[in-house]
Design a binder for this molecule. Structure first.
Ligand code: 5RP
Length: 299
């Protein structure tokens, strides 16, 4: 059911509300006290949030709706993340099939609601999409620091550490996220893991370095190290190659692993995003949840 704020919400400073939320479906008696950090009262119909605190994560159920296909999950996660978007923001626009829906929604908010934002794309593909939707764009050099980056992920763990780079854009994605005051990930629930590594860890490497880097990695990577694209290698927007490393679900200390890999000459970037993500907007078949990292920059 669609959940709406009761009219008697209590303003607790800019953009933050303490509200009573109830479900308006006749058969449903759900009532929650909610802290709505992302509601912009000047823009109607933004999603409202239900909050409950667990040990390290604030779990917010933004709406419950039964979804069947992965594409539907991606669309709902991508659109819901726009509740973090406000007028005047400079926004890092990630890459991938989930964030695509965020970009499309931002385009809609610009044309239909008069939203004014500047986007910084993390790939040529996102740049093209954003341009086609009339989103004003800038570069990281000109626009930094950014207010927020919204991006996809291939895996996230309970500490909000990420594997990224499935789409090959990890280097620019990391640069943009590093220059942002907060990072929100959009994902479906297949991306949530207890230990990182089931998804092959992508690295960007110099074109002339991949064989040597690969041999060095093989000394401590428990599985194979594969050149993406094989005989017709995938070439990144930075004119590099991608190595996909089969660590399996063994990455219990992603920060150390990142340092170890980065010390190999020829590695341009590692697809481990450590202490960068502040929230995950996650869609599952039963609804969309926003997981806020406790003590993170959006908490
Ligand atoms: C691109 C990425 C993507 O954000 C990641 O692969 C997730 O993509 P998708 O939403 O298509 O699953 O890191 O480099």
């Amino acid at each position: 059911p669609d959940l709406r704020l009761a009219p008697d919400h209590l303003h607790r400073g800019e953009g933050t509300f303490l509200s009573v939320v109830h479900c308006q479906q006749p058969s449903c008696s759900l009532t929650f006290t909610a802290r709505c950090t992302n509601m912009n009262p000047s823009v109607p119909n933004r999603p409202c949030f239900l909050a409950s605190k667990s040990e390290s994560i604030i779990h917010i159920l933004s709406h419950r709706r039964y979804m069947n296909t992965v594409e539907e999950l991606k669309r709902e996660a991508g659109k819901t993340a726009c509740s973090f978007v406000r007028d005047g923001m400079k926004i890092g626009l990630g890459t991938g099939s989930t964030i695509k829906y965020t970009v499309i929604e931002i385009g809609r908010m610009i044309s239909e609601e008069g939203l004014e934002v500047i986007g910084v794309p993390t790939s040529e593909a996102t740049k093209e999409l954003a341009e086609s939707l009339g989103i004003p764009l800038s570069t990281i050099e000109k626009a930094s620091p950014l207010d927020i980056t919204i991006d996809g992920a291939d895996e996230f763990d309970p500490d909000f550490q990420l594997i990224k780079g499935g789409g090959g854009a990890l280097t620019r994605e990391k640069r943009v996220a590093a220059k942002s005051e907060a990072m929100v990930v959009v994902a479906d629930d297949r991306k949530q893991v207890t230990t990182l590594g089931a998804f092959d860890l992508p690295l960007e490497v110099g074109k002339n370095d991949w064989q040597r880097v690969s041999a060095e990695l093989q000394e401590f990577c428990p599985g194979q190290v594969n050149l993406r694209g094989g005989n017709s290698p995938y070439v990144t927007d930075n004119d590099g190659y991608i190595l996909d490393c089969q660590f399996g679900s063994t990455i219990t200390d992603p920060a150390s692993l990142e340092n170890q890999i980065k010390s190999i000459e020829g590695v341009v970037e590692v697809g481990l995003f450590i202490d960068m993500c502040d929230a995950v907007v996650m869609a599952s078949p039963s609804g969309v949840s926003t997981l806020l990292k406790q003590g993170g920059r959006l908490d």
